[in-house]
Design a protein around this ligand. Structure first.
Ligand code: AMP
Length: 138
């Protein structure tokens, strides 16, 4: 597994502005913020993408994500935010260590811009697709 910039941040080899740490999770300010307070929450486990992450680390991140989000909102005086989690270069992932962006949406419009283009829902395929996904949940 490649050694990413985030692994180096966890080990203290690269400086960061840390906001949280426990035995399984680390959080720090994003160096290219979309808005003031843009924070990255990462598992210490070096999984490259969310689908490779262990249940233990996923649970540890999920347990603290709302608490860190509340602190970011309080510290930045914002009330709205997005959680962004990219997986794969085609999905805008640049650092191949799982991370959750907490991005405040400020009244001046700073924050995440979303291009949301829904496709037609195919009812004829939906039952088969849902069953296939269920079957693969191991
Ligand atoms: P993603 O496109 O989801 O992989 O996002 C990676 C994020 O990591 C980007 O928003 C970068 O600004 C951020 N980033 C990269 N290097 C650092 C660093 N040394 N300290 C803080 N954030 C970083």
């Amino acid at each position: 597994m490649s050694d990413t910039v985030f692994a180096k941040i966890i080990r203290g080899e690269i400086p960061c502005h840390k906001v949280y740490e426990d035995d399984k999770v680390f959080a720090f300010l994003d160096i290219n913020p979309l808005a003031k307070g843009h924070t990255l929450v990462i598992p210490k486990e070096a999984a490259p993408s969310l689908d490779k992450l262990s249940d233990d680390s996923a649970a540890a991140v999920g347990r603290v994500l709302p608490r860190i989000a509340r602190a970011v909102l309080a510290a930045t005086g914002t009330r709205e935010f997005n959680i962004l989690q990219n997986n794969g270069p085609g999905a805008h992932q640049a650092v191949f260590h799982v991370h959750f962006h907490i991005i405040p949406k400020t009244v001046d419009g700073a924050g995440l811009g979303v291009g949301w283009k829904p496709q037609r829902f195919e009812h004829s395929e939906a039952a088969t697709l849902a069953a296939d996904i269920q079957k693969r949940l191991t």
